[in-house]
Design a protein around this ligand. Sequence first.
Ligand code: CA
Length: 223
Amino acid sequence: MRILLIEDERELAEALSAALGKHGIVADHTMHLADAVELTRQNIYDAILLDRRLPDGEGLSFIPELRRTGKDTPIIVLTAHNEPKERIEGLDLGADDYLGKPFLIEELMARLRAVLRRSPELTELKITAGRMVIDPLHLSVTVDAVPLDLPRRELLVLAALARRREKTVLRSTLEAAVYNYEEEIQSNALDAHISRLRKRLIDAGAGVAIHNIRGVGYLMKEE
Ligand code: CA
């Protein structure tokens, strides 16, 4: 799961990115609306978290701008402007939800899950592959109903492969599922995650195999 965080308070943004990361969500962060527009052109996001008072303008102006490009990505406004009149303004402009600062990360997570459940992009909330059931929103996986403990990045790779099982998934797609755009990706990092993941899946009897499509990506097949 990948989201865009538009927020100019650096400390809050860093804390939020770290907290979201623990929940398996990769966050691209920007402080500027102009960069946000560009990032939504380059990447596909599952949701957008939007502050209102930003250095280059009112955050709400981003909503109609994004919708004009045909994108209906869920947007949650996170702001200190939390009067009823301001909330109405945000929702009427096309925000999917509106959360006043300060807020609990648990509440933000619950609201994210709620908007994602309504998202047509994410029809498959739980992914079944082989003997596994993967729950990307709660970052958990079971094999024959027994929980399987996986490091966060391996679970993100697993979910990205399982969602597109029986299809070749490009390296770039897998990397985008695991790293944000500011992180430096070592050229063999993905292969290392997959090699460890493969071993764990075999040990657990997960009923899937991950094939390397040389120079292109990886392919998960059910056995
Ligand atoms: Ca602000």
